[in-house]
Design a protein around this ligand. Structure first.
Ligand code: BGC
Length: 373
């Protein structure tokens, strides 16, 4: 019996103790240039919702959700083979680390020592650098949880990787709950003081990618403030009220309503590419945002323990990428809601800190919940 067959059988048996339908199936997804094998795990919950996740980059390759008639569709951008991911892409579905979003000029000072990070975005550091967690090969362990099937991914980032101090041990638990949630629990520890900010970079289109753009999706963001940026999308340090700006999503409306407004912030991002400061009483997971697709009735709610969320409206997608089922990914054909600490926090002591010290444990939770109406 092959290793894969053994895993499949063990997983299905384990799941059947809890539920008749939930399962995790593993299959090979390809091979890296250095010969290491990459796997793909298919998680199914009790309702038939499915998530497929690869050990390369911890990438969510597909995620299905039911519409108002109970019809499932894949709601995330991705490729159906490893080679297309290896050819390069704008972080589709990947785990982002060590630091999600930008660090200005790719540098920070910690305990009187200055660290130079990989600069991969107009002189700034973006999404962990040149070889961030989106390109790591993660170790996987399928697990049966009462809430639903879970894939535990782990990786170790060596001291000095992409310029960061400290060895970082990282765990990402993806749980596909029977409540139709994709729950992501992040955990990291270090052996030297460092900075950490982990997220997932899934691109969503609730109609199913490759057709309509997301400008008619209705959005609500639970935030009274956002962090304005400069031309390089680095926060200026100002905390600005959303009131009276195109960033005001406190009542739900179509994303496209004001995206073309003559507004300096929208010009810098070529659309929405900003961090909202969530209205949060504490660091427990709480409601952050809701997206509704009037065409299919699909709803996605985002709940997070993080203080911020980046809404990126897919402005830099330009049709040059062809994804699953041969569908081209055009401008604004999907949106990201990246739960996170604020960009450039290592250089902004006034922002909630991203510092992690050896005695501390970095633990955050983000939930993408799917409904229909
Ligand atoms: C950033 C965008 C960037 C995109 C893909 C987003 O998280 O905010 O500026 O273009 O990721 O790299």
């Amino acid at each position: 019996m092959s290793r894969n067959e053994a895993v499949i059988i063990r997983s299905v048996l384990t799941m059947s103790l809890h539920t008749p339908t939930a399962a995790i199936i593993e299959k090979p997804f390809g091979t890296l240039a250095d010969g290491r094998g990459v796997d793909l795990y298919l998680l199914t919950n009790d309702n038939g919702m499915q998530a497929s996740i690869t050990t390369y980059g911890g990438i969510i390759v597909s995620l299905t959700a039911p519409d108002r008639n109970g019809v499932f569709a894949d709601v995330v951008l991705g490729f159906d083979n490893l080679d297309d991911y290896l050819a390069g892409h704008p972080y589709l579905g990947a785990v982002i680390g060590r630091y999600a979003n930008r660090i200005g000029k790719g540098t920070f000072t910690l305990d009187d020592q200055t660290y130079d990070l990989a600069r991969n975005n107009s002189g700034n550091h973006l999404h962990g650098g040149i070889a961030g967690f989106d390109k790591a090969l993660w170790s996987a362990r399928p697990r049966s949880r009462p809430e639903g099937p879970q894939l535990r991914l782990t990786c170790v980032s060596a001291d000095g990787e992409e310029g960061y101090p400290g060895r970082l041990d990282v765990t990402v638990d993806y749980t596909l709950t029977h409540e139709n949630e994709l729950r992501i629990d992040y955990r990291a520890t270090t052996d030297k003081p460092t900075h950490v900010n982990l997220t997932n970079h899934s691109y969503f289109n609730l109609s199913g990618p490759g057709g309509r753009d997301i400008l008619s999706h209705e959005m609500l963001v639970n935030a009274d403030h956002f962090t304005p940026v400069d031309e390089g999308l680095i926060p200026t340090g100002e905390i600005r009220e959303v009131e009276g700006t195109p960033m005001d999503f406190r009542t739900p409306h179509a994303i496209g309503t004001r995206i073309e407004d003559d507004d300096e912030q929208l010009q810098f991002g070529d659309g929405y590419d900003h961090n909202w400061i969530l209205n949060k009483p504490d660091t427990d997971p709480s409601f952050a945002a809701r997206v509704f697709d009037p065409t299919t009735g699909r709803v996605m709610e985002v709940v997070t323990s993080e203080p911020g969320v980046q809404l990126y409206s897919g402005n830099f997608l330009d049709g040059s990428l062809t994804g699953k089922e041969g569908k081209a990914y055009g401008r604004r054909c999907a949106l990201c809601l990246e739960t996170q600490h604020f960009p450039d926090s290592p250089n902004r002591p006034e922002f909630p800190t991203t510092m992690l010290r050896p005695d501390d444990v970095h633990e955050t939770t983000s939930i993408y919940r799917f409904l229909a109406r």
